[in-house]
Design a protein around this ligand. Structure first.
Ligand code: FES
Length: 99
C-alpha cells in the first residue's frame, strides 16, 4: 500500500491507491484547509511535495491554471484535492487549519 507522510506534523499513513491527499487528510484529522470543498477552486489545500512527486497523479490543466492564477509557481506545489496518491510520498502542509 502507498504510504503518505504529512509534514510538519510528521504523521504517516498507509492508504489505498488513488485516494486524494485531501481525502486522506480528512480521514485522519490532518489539518489541511479545503475552503472550496475539494473542487480546485481555492488553493487553500496547497501542499509542497518533499519526495515522491512521481507517486502522485499527474497535474491536470485545471490544477496548473489554478496554481498559476494564485501566483504559486513552485514546481513542487500541488493541490491536495487534485493529487491522488499512487506510491510513497512526503508532503508539507502549507496552510494549516487551526479551527
Ligand atoms: S480544496 Fe479548494 S482547491 Fe483544493
Amino acid at each position: 500500500m502507498p504510504k503518505i507522510t504529512f509534514l510538519p506534523m510528521n504523521t504517516s499513513f498507509e492508504v489505498k491507491r488513488d485516494q486524494s491527499i485531501l481525502d486522506i487528510a480528512l480521514d485522519h484529522q490532518v489539518p489541511l484547509q479545503h475552503a472550496c470543498g475539494g473542487f480546485c477552486a481555492c488553493t487553500t489545500c496547497h501542499i509542497i511535495v518533499k519526495s515522491g512527486a512521481d507517486s502522485l497523479s499527474p497535474m491536470e490543466d485545471e490544477e496548473q491554471e489554478r496554481l498559476e492564477r494564485m501566483g504559486i509557481l513552485d514546481e513542487n506545489s500541488r493541490l491536495g484535492c487534485q493529487s491522488k496518491v499512487r506510491g510513497d510520498v512526503v508532503v508539507e502542509v502549507v496552510n494549516i487549519d487551526d479551527h
